[in-house]
Write a new protein. Structure first.
Length: 134
């Protein structure tokens, strides 16, 4: 239903604006599953991926900060990085299957896949970029 989709998109955009990464990811997963493969939806999904990537960078900064603290705090910070990497990697893997992605969206997916260590997804995505640019 179009109204439900618009409501979900507005909800996700609200989560992104509030920098509520957990809620944005949860709503984004729903949008990935039920949203049509069209530019407005893909644009919102790109925003979620961007927010997850920003969250990963923030978590990585916390690891650096925790290195001067207790071993327990360092372990917690590293665990948070791994959780965020997993969430981002899973999201990008699902997002990359869409067919109506723009070149900037594909590049963003490829960069994100590279950041989380998914070389296979990064390679496949950048091959799509090269093919589309020809």
């Amino acid at each position: 239903d179009t109204n439900q989709m618009r409501t979900l998109i507005a909800l996700v955009r609200g989560h992104i604006a509030k920098k509520d990464t957990v809620s944005a990811k949860t709503s984004g997963d729903l949008l990935l599953q039920s949203g049509p493969d069209i530019p407005p939806v893909n644009s919102v999904l790109t925003g979620i991926a961007r927010q997850l990537r920003d969250g990963l960078k923030a978590d990585q900064a916390l690891v650096i900060e925790a290195e001067s603290k207790s071993a327990e705090e360092l372990a917690k910070a590293r665990e948070k990085v791994e959780q965020t990497k997993t969430a981002l990697g899973d999201f990008l893997k699902q997002f990359s299957t869409r067919q109506q992605l723009t070149l900037p969206e594909l590049i963003s997916i490829g960069d994100g896949a590279s950041e989380v260590g998914n070389r296979e997804l990064a390679t496949v995505t950048f091959q799509k970029v090269l093919k589309a640019a020809e």
